[in-house]
Design a protein around this ligand. Sequence first.
Ligand code: XMP
Length: 182
Amino acid sequence: MESDMDRILISREQIARRVCELGEQISETYAADEQAGLTLVTVLSGSLIFAADLIRCLPFRMKLGLITVSSYKGTSPGQPSLIQQLKVDVRDRHVLVVDDILDTGATLRLVQAQLAAAGPKSLRTCVLLRKPDKAPADVPAEFVGFDIENSFVVGYGLDYNDHYRNLPDIGVLKPEVYEEKL
Ligand code: XMP
């Protein structure tokens, strides 16, 4: 699997350090208002591994919610669709959306609209990766792990046709891998 990688953009060590830093930033934002209650909403499937690591850097009480959105086929963005709705009530609670990557922003635009309609006390977004050349201004992310180049990346939860999520680093695949039918 690692031999399919063309280059590593972000190593597992860099990821681990940055996830802890994000945890500190997020804790500073919410810890003072712990009583109001935070619900952290993970956007599946891509942010599964990121969210699992991030929540263990947040040393205060919180609830978890899951939402599943599908958008990419291979490396081509499609129209995002909601596969599984949020099943917990977030009315009057602080909500932090956790997603793997802010690319075109179509997915997070849909998720943010859904959650805003549920009447939260506040709504913020944390992404591990952002492609600043593409991320649109109307889709805010208050917490960002890394700004990256405009390439299709895999690893640490991010997939190509559902493969490579279990790679511990984040990188770009060799061009010939994208041409294979995985
Ligand atoms: P958008 O374009 O809607 O992307 O901001 C959101 C979702 O699409 C997936 N995505 C990627 N997956 N490498 C991936 O493995 C990428 O470079 C990439 N860009 C977008 C991802 O699931 C993200 O949540």
